[in-house]
Design a binder for this molecule. Structure first.
Ligand code: CU
Length: 500
C-alpha cells in the first residue's frame, strides 16, 4: 500500500504541476507534509481596519499566526496552501514569480478560482530572490486590500541590516464595483467630441469621488505625437486615503531603527490605481533592486514607483537620534502617506497627509538610468509584438491595439526558446504600468534609444511614450499581459500570450 506521502507525490506528478483544488470538507486535517515540508497556509479572510477614524471592512492574506504574506528563501520550494475564507470565489497571483503557468493565479487563464470555503495548493521552485508580492486577480478584490508581501531572501541580504517593508495602497470607502460603475458613467457624461485636450476643472474632479475629465481620452489621430508639454491625465479615482502598511499619516507605523545602523527598505506599490514618488527626506537612499531584480546602485532621495512595482533601497541611519519619515507622494497631487523610522527614541512629529505642493507626474528619467546587474544575453529578437495602448475616458474603454479583452482575442504567438520583444506604444493621455506574467523582462529601449536597462516585471509607459522590453520565452504556458491599473485591466487592457 502506498504511504499517504507517496500517494500525494504521485498525484502531484500526474497533475503536471496543476494547483490542486478541493472543497473545504475534502481538506486533509491537519495539513499533510508533502515532500518533507509542511505547506505554509495563507488564509483569505475579511478583516477590519481603521481609516481616518472610521472602520472599514477589507480583505487580508494572512498565515494562521497573523503574519501578512510570506517570507521565504531562494532555493526553497514555494509550497503554499491558499484557503478561501471570504464570501466569494478568489484566486491569488504571485506577482513577479515564474511558476508553472497553471499556478499563476489568473482566473480563466491559469485555472479556475478557488471556491468559497475551498483551498488550492501550490508547489514550485523559487529561482531567484527579491521583493515580490501577492494579490487577488479575481474581479476588483485587490482594491479591498487583498494583497500581501512576498519576500524571498537571498545572499544579497546582509545580516547587519534591518528589513523594513513599506506597502503602499490607495483606499476608498466606496465599494470598488461602485467606483467602476461611476468611472464608466461619469467619464461617459464628460465625453466631448472635441479633439483637443481641455483642462480639467477642480470642481469636476471633486464630483462623486471620481475624477471626470473631458479630455475625452480619444485615441489620438495616427501620427500625432504627444509632446512633453501635453498634460497627462492622472488619478482617475479620487481616493479617501492613501495607506502605508494599512495606516495613514494621522497614525503612521513607527519603526524603531538603530542609530548608525543599516536599513533595507522593501517598498511595494500595491495600489489599484496610484503611483507615487518615494521621498526619503534628508536621507540618501541607495536603490539596489527594482521589482526584485538587482540594478547598478543609484543614489537619490526621491524615487518614482508605479503601480505594482517594487523598490529595494538601502539606508544608512545617521548616528544622532532622529525621526526619519519615509513618505510616498501621490503623483500629480499633494497627498501623501508613509511610515516613520525612529532612531534612538527621538520624538516623532505629526506629518500632515497633504504636502506643501503637488508632486509631478512620474517620468522615465530614472528608468533610463537603470542598468541591470544581470542583463539578458545580447541577442537579436526572433519575434517582435507591437502593442498600442489604446482607449478613452469616454465610457471608460481601455484596450490593446484597439481591442478590449474578450475570450475571442487570440493569444499573441510566441515559440519556446525565442527572444521576444514587446513594443508598448501609449496612444492615450494616461500612463499605463504594463505587467507580463511568468517572465522577467529587460527594458531595452525608450523612445527609440536602445540601452541595457533594468530587468523587472512591470514597466511604466507614460502618455505618448514608446517603451520596448525583451524577454526569453523560457516558461511555456498561457500567460497574462496587461495594464496593472485595476480598472483599466477590468475594462479590457489585457491580453495573453501562449506557447506550450
Ligand atoms: Cu492602464
Amino acid at each position: 500500500m502506498l504511504s499517504r506521502r507517496a500517494f500525494l507525490l504521485s498525484a502531484a506528478a500526474a497533475s503536471t504541476a496543476l494547483p490542486m483544488f478541493a472543497r473545504a470538507q475534502e481538506a486533509p486535517q491537519p495539513s499533510v507534509a508533502v515532500d518533507g515540508g509542511t505547506p505554509t497556509v495563507l488564509r483569505l479572510a475579511r478583516r477590519t481596519i481603521e481609516v481616518n477614524g472610521k472602520s472599514a471592512s477589507v480583505y487580508g492574506i494572512r498565515q494562521p499566526d497573523g503574519t501578512f504574506g510570506i517570507r521565504t528563501k531562494v532555493g526553497e520550494r514555494f509550497r503554499v496552501r491558499v484557503e478561501n475564507r471570504i464570501e466569494e470565489v478568489s484566486l491569488i497571483h504571485w506577482h513577479g514569480l515564474t511558476p508553472p503557468w497553471q499556478q499563476d493565479g489568473v482566473p480563466g487563464i491559469s485555472g479556475p478560482p478557488i471556491p468559497v470555503g475551498g483551498y488550492a495548493d501550490y508547489d514550485f521552485p523559487l529561482r531567484f530572490g527579491g521583493t515580490f508580492w501577492m494579490h487577488s486577480h479575481q474581479g476588483l478584490q485587490e482594491q479591498l486590500l487583498m494583497a500581501a508581501p512576498l519576500i524571498i531572501h537571498d545572499r544579497r541580504d546582509r545580516a547587519d541590516q534591518q528589513e523594513v517593508i513599506v506597502m503602499l495602497t490607495d483606499f476608498s470607502f466606496t465599494p470598488p464595483e461602485q467606483i467602476f460603475e461611476a468611472l464608466k458613467k461619469d467619464s461617459g457624461m464628460a465625453a466631448m467630441p472635441a479633439a483637443a485636450p481641455v483642462p480639467v476643472s477642480n470642481d469636476m474632479k471633486a464630483m462623486k469621488g471620481v475624477k471626470a475629465t473631458n479630455q475625452a481620452g480619444q485615441t489620438m489621430p495616427a501620427g500625432m505625437a504627444m509632446g512633453a508639454a501635453a498634460k497627462p491625465d492622472l488619478n482617475d479615482v479620487k481616493y479617501d486615503a492613501f495607506l502605508a502598511n494599512d495606516r495613514t499619516l494621522a497614525d503612521p507605523e513607527v519603526v524603531k531603527v538603530e542609530p548608525g545602523g543599516r536599513v533595507l527598505l522593501r517598498v511595494i506599490n500595491s495600489s489599484s490605481m496610484s503611483a507615487f514618488h518615494l521621498d526619503l527626506g534628508a536621507l540618501d537612499g541607495e536603490l539596489i533592486a527594482v521589482d526584485g531584480f538587482r540594478v547598478a546602485p543609484v543614489m537619490a532621495r526621491r524615487f518614482p514607483i508605479a503601480v505594482a512595482q517594487r523598490l529595494d533601497i538601502r539606508l544608512a541611519i545617521p548616528r544622532e537620534p532622529a525621526a526619519h519619515p519615509v513618505l510616498a507622494l501621490l503623483e500629480g497631487e499633494n497627498r501623501q502617506t508613509g511610515i516613520i523610522l525612529q532612531a534612538g527614541g527621538a520624538p516623532v512629529a505629526r506629518i500632515p497627509d497633504t504636502a506643501a505642493e503637488a508632486s509631478p507626474a512620474l517620468t522615465l528619467d530614472l528608468e533610463r538610468r537603470l542598468r541591470a546587474a544581470k542583463p539578458l544575453k545580447p541577442r537579436k529578437a526572433n519575434r517582435v509584438h507591437t502593442l498600442d495602448l489604446t482607449g478613452q475616458m469616454a465610457g471608460y474603454v481601455w484596450s490593446l491595439n484597439g481591442v478590449a479583452w474578450n475570450e475571442n482575442v487570440p493569444p499573441l504567438p510566441v515559440a519556446k526558446g525565442e527572444r521576444v520583444e514587446l513594443v508598448f506604444v501609449n496612444k492615450t493621455p494616461m500612463p499605463h504600468p504594463m505587467h507580463l506574467h511568468g517572465h522577467e523582462f529587460q527594458v531595452v529601449e525608450i523612445d527609440g534609444k536602445r540601452f541595457p536597462g533594468a530587468v523587472r516585471d512591470t514597466v511604466l509607459v507614460p502618455a505618448g511614450r514608446r517603451v520596448v522590453v525583451a524577454f526569453d520565452a523560457n516558461n511555456p504556458g498561457y500567460w497574462a499581459l496587461h495594464c496593472h491599473l485595476l480598472y483599466h485591466l477590468e475594462a479590457g487592457m489585457f491580453t495573453t500570450l501562449r506557447y506550450l
